[in-house]
Design a protein around this ligand. Structure first.
Ligand SMILES: Nc1ncnc2c1ncn2[C@@H]1O[C@H](COP(=O)(O)O)[C@@H](OP(=O)(O)O)[C@H]1O
Ligand SMILES: [Mg+2]
Length: 268
């Protein structure tokens, strides 16, 4: 009941933040900086962050917020939170700057260590992806809403693997078995690639290299409710708010849950 009552207001917040990003993207009216981890941030990320924070503070004033764009509290002050919002106001800042349009807003509610509600908004396509635990995953474009499901992959069909536009292909090629036919799908933004898996347009997404918990929070529940899973390089679940750093390990977003994934992909 609590989760379902939050869904519509969170979709509204994500859409408002994303539409603001789109406006700034089109006008070019933003400034860019480099963060301590060498990843880019723009004034558009911060504008979207402000919009989401304002919505959340009105909607649930007592629920704390972790945002990519807000100074992180030490673990001791946050590790016992029973629930918190986990937001990435813009996933795909490099894509925004490079003008590919592959950027998205990501908002998750994490309860007792597990994402329970997730909303992704892709401004370029005006598409929302969302899920709440136990109630399925959905894709909405305008008034058209449909339930999404991962794809049932049949051997010997090529494995459709979503990959970053910005990362080298070779390390990923080395993880796939020799002789496996592969069709690569390059797309920006961790969330959008994960949503491709959730909706069945890709069979998996292999992510090597730096990401943060905010990149996977919302899609974690969307992918699971669509029938898939997100696991680290030991095929163990990702964790949330358990460490001083929010850096994720390498991970794979897997579609069809009963494929022999450890035979298909051996992440390092
Ligand atoms: N040098 C770096 N340090 C930390 N995270 C990085 C990074 N380079 C990329 N990322 C993560 O990868 C995301 C983009 O994924 P992709 O390469 O698939 O487009 C970034 O999202 P943000 O744009 O929210 O920072 C960021 O979280
Ligand atoms: Mg971001």
């Amino acid at each position: 009941m609590f989760l379902s009552s939050l869904l519509e207001p969170i979709k509204t917040a994500a859409k408002e933040a994303g539409d603001r990003l789109w406006q700034l993207y089109q006008s070019g009216d933003y400034q860019q900086e480099t963060k301590d981890d060498q990843s880019p941030v723009t004034s558009a990320d911060l504008a979207a962050n402000d919009i989401i924070m304002q919505h959340l503070q009105v909607l649930t004033p007592t629920i704390p917020i972790i945002s990519e764009e807000v100074q992180l509290l030490p673990l001791a002050k946050r590790q016992h939170w029973p629930r918190y919002w986990l937001i990435d106001p813009m996933d795909g800042t490099q894509e925004f700057v490079a003008r590919s349009g592959d950027f998205a807003v990501s908002i998750a509610l994490v309860e007792h260590g597990w994402p329970a509600l997730g909303v992704i908004y892709w401004p370029k396509e005006q598409v929302l992806y969302y899920a709440t635990r136990g109630h399925g995953a959905f894709k909405q474009q305008g008034s058209k809403i449909r339930r999404i499901q991962v794809h049932q992959h049949q051997q010997p069909d090529p494995l459709r693997v979503a990959v970053s536009r910005r990362q080298a292909r070779e390390p990923i090629e080395q993880l796939l078995p020799h002789g496996q036919q592969v069709h690569y799908i390059p797309l920006g933004s961790c969330s959008l690639k994960s949503c491709l898996v959730a909706e069945g347009s890709a069979d998996c997404y292999v992510r090597l290299g730096p990401t943060g918990e905010w990149d996977t929070g919302a899609v974690h529940i969307i992918v699971e409710e669509a029938g898939g899973k997100i696991l680290d390089s030991s095929f163990a679940p990702l964790s949330y708010n358990q460490r001083e750093s929010l850096a994720n390990p390498n991970f794979v977003v897997m579609g069809q849950a009963d494929l022999p994934w450890p035979q298909l992909i051996q992440p390092q």
